[in-house]
Ligand binder design. Structure first.
Ligand SMILES: O=C(O)CCC(=O)C(=O)O
Length: 269
């Protein structure tokens, strides 16, 4: 997909890009962050990650479990923006949220959460096929993610892959992402099993968007360097709570079937 005009105020996706997303459930957009922004965000993320590792708050502690544990798939820190004001600038960036709003076709879009997604070298495992929506405490499936590459990514270090149109196949069961179960096997009776996945290789500063119901996967990192990505999950304003326990909503205490709102899920665009 085309690079964006470097306006620094607002990014407007073309009708073709929006149509592509609506039809296929994902969209690659190159050159979303300028080089100096990539350097800055990488620095902020390293600080946020180092702090979390020191506090023992990442989901990386099970490295020696059978199947390698989740840490062999990802080192993940959720809601870096709450602890790092520099990261918060990017999490609330109106250029990024504006594109998400356009793709969702929403009148306004809220933050659900951000997360650092580091795929570490040494016995790295792929992120197995999955949909995100089954993990979210939301009734309506309008949420979407932006996944920003902070390093150049390809099949060797963990680029993403999407199954076009799989967001139209409905919601499948959620399973742990430690690589033990490949959720893709649930769709064996569905037409989408015959659809060729699309590999999204990118330069640092490029991004993909994916719908919460789109099946996606990331390759293992076979290089000697971490693969660093920053993702932000957005939800259309008015998205309601389905009661599922979730680390993001636990302090908000939303009411069943009521909109997820509050200072930790602000409107961003
Ligand atoms: O970064 C990865 O390996 C996977 C990311 C992912 O599954 C997501 O952003 O929903």
């Amino acid at each position: 997909m085309n690079a964006l005009p470097n306006t620094h105020d607002q990014y407007v996706l073309s009708e073709e890009q929006v149509d592509f997303f609506r039809e296929n459930g994902f969209l690659q957009v190159n050159d979303v962050l300028a080089e100096e922004e990539i350097v800055e965000l990488k620095g902020y993320m390293e600080e946020a990650m180092t702090q979390e590792l020191a506090d023992g708050n990442t989901l990386h502690k099970d490295r020696n479990r059978p199947n390698g544990g989740y840490s062999r798939v990802l080192n993940q820190v959720v809601n870096c923006w709450r602890d790092h004001a520099g990261v918060a600038r990017y999490t609330s960036d109106k250029r990024l949220a504006g594109m998400a709003k356009q793709l969702a076709g929403a009148s306004s879009i809220r933050l659900f959460h951000d997360h650092a997604l580091w795929k570490m070298p040494n016995d790295s495992k792929p992120t197995p096929w999955h949909q995100d929506f089954p993990f979210w405490p939301m009734n309506e499936p309008g949420g979407l993610s932006i996944w920003i590459a902070l390093d150049d990514v390809d099949e060797n270090n963990g680029c993403m892959m999407f199954v076009p149109r799989s967001h139209k196949a409905g919601k499948f069961p959620a399973t742990p992402l430690n690589g033990a179960i490949d959720v893709y096997h649930y769709v064996q009776d569905h037409d989408i099993k015959n659809v060729q996945p699309v590999i999204c290789r990118m330069k640092a500063g490029g991004c993909t968007f994916h719908h919460g119901l789109t099946f996606h996967y990331a390759h293992a990192n076979t290089t000697a360097q971490p693969r660093r990505a920053f993702a932000i999950i957005y939800m259309p304003d008015g998205t309601t709570y389905n009661g599922k326990p979730h680390v993001v909503t636990e302090s908000l205490k939303p009411q069943m079937s009521q909109p997820i709102v509050g200072s930790l899920c602000p409107i961003l665009a």
